[in-house]
Design a protein around this ligand. Structure first.
Ligand code: PLP
Length: 399
């Protein structure tokens, strides 16, 4: 016997992966240069040189038994100290190593956090996020046995709609998941909106008599272009947990490294932290990979060269607008959210395949009528793809 739920997750991979795999086949058939694959968010910029230098240094100059050995369950103490110090210096917080739990990336950070915040005794538990959202949230929430609820975002700016959230909050709400800069829209939540959100949650916590945690999923925190400010939510709302990852900021998605930061302003912060440790333990997410923990401790504050993404964004968004596409203005991350040229975004994405352009219909992200175009690709591929985008628009009588 097997778990039917786990079977169905394994047997039907995400739409993003599906299109990515289709792209690999097409490239083998037609040649790499003839397929314009905008399906996946795999960074196209190398990690900073310092990352390589630290890896070499550690491998050459450390006791390898210690270097490759288990760290303590929540992560190496010195690494956690380096991270809490960096967060404090950057955001004016007052965290220590006892607020940081090292993980295998944001996916693990979220899975652990959601599990830790789902009480065992309640008959019903709910987590709310704003659509469009990263599709795996639903998987993580449902895996914890909780219900996945969505609220709207503004249809122009894609800012979270806090009035809609108010309608969705219930005494069973355990947490709100936010993601800024956002995958798939690139929207950065404004300070005003974070303040509105935190005022609402404070009011509802008082009304319900228990915490409603704010879970801030932040793999794109540093990927902002222009002067958009990415507010540190712990500074606005006490009951905050940050789920961070180095996958995008340091271009290390395959190394699986990130952390959970529990706010020291949570009334029972140590209990919350220990339930994070317990959730990590229960799922086998202990001792995040040792070598890369030690590397990132020495690379705090560094990022890959994100000017490359800004250039890509400007070239692609500029050209698509010129051809008549409607492009949501992205302030961060590395995705364009583009209105579908027909009402069914799935049909639009299928038609684009005929031009060898691969992107993801927005239905996967919980809204209809858009597609997500990942621009963490080479500038050269973007430039090569432009005539195909133009032809695709023309096939709809646009441009
Ligand atoms: N959250 C969002 C919004 C993402 O886009 C991703 C990956 O693309 C993740 C979480 C998972 O990140 P990680 O690779 O660090 O597990």
């Amino acid at each position: 016997m097997i778990s039917e739920k786990m079977y169905s997750l394994g047997a039907s991979p995400s739409k993003i992966r599906d299109i990515f795999e289709y792209g690999k086949k097409k490239k083998a058939e037609l040649g790499e240069e003839n397929v314009y694959d905008f399906s996946i968010g795999n960074p196209s910029v190398s990690p900073p040189d310092q990352v390589m230098k630290e890896i070499e240094d550690l491998v050459k100059n450390s006791d390898t038994v210690e270097l490759f050995g288990y760290t303590s369950g929540p992560g190496d103490m010195k690494v956690r100290e380096a991270i809490s110090d960096y967060i404090n210096r950057t955001h004016g917080t007052d965290l220590d190593a006892g607020h940081i739990y090292m993980t295998c990336g944001a996916a693990a950070s979220l899975t652990i956090t959601i599990k830790a915040l789902t009480p065992d005794s309640e008959e019903k538990n709910e987590f709310i996020t704003f659509a469009p959202y990263f599709p795996e949230y639903k998987v993580f929430v449902e895996n914890a046995g909780a219900d996945f609820i969505t609220a709207r975002s503004d249809s122009e700016t894609f800012q979270p709609d806090i009035d809609d959230l108010e309608k969705k909050l219930t005494p069973y709400t355990r947490g709100i998941i936010i993601n800024s800069p956002n995958n798939p829209t690139g929207a950065v939540i404004t300070k005003e909106n974070i303040e509105k959100l935190s005022a609402l949650l404070k009011k509802k916590e008082a009304e319900y008599g228990h915490e409603i945690y704010l879970i801030s999923d932040e793999p794109y925190r540093e990927l902002v272009y222009g002067d958009a400010e990415v507010v540190y939510p712990m500074n606005c709302y006490d009951d905050t947990i940050v789920c961070y990852s180095y996958s995008k900021s340091l271009s290390l998605p395959g190394e699986r490294i990130g952390y959970i930061a529990v706010s020291n302003r949570i009334a029972k912060d140590n209990e919350t932290y220990l339930s994070i440790c317990g959730a990590g333990r229960s799922m086998g997410y202990v001792c995040a990979p040792s070598l890369i923990q030690k590397v990132i401790a020495k690379c705090q504050g560094l990022t890959s060269d994100i000017s490359v993404y800004k250039k890509n964004r400007d070239i692609l968004a500029g050209a698509l607008r010129e051809y008549g596409y409607y492009v949501v203005q992205p302030d961060g991350a590395f995705y364009l959210f583009v209105r579908s040229l027909e009402s069914d975004a799935n049909a639009f994405a299928e038609k684009a395949k005929g031009y060898n352009i691969l992107f993801v219909p927005s239905d996967s992200f919980g809204v209809t009528g858009y597609v997500r175009i990942s621009y963490c690709v080479s500038q050269e591929m973007i430039e090569r793809s432009l005539p195909a985008f133009k032809e695709l628009a023309k096939s709809y009588g646009i441009g």
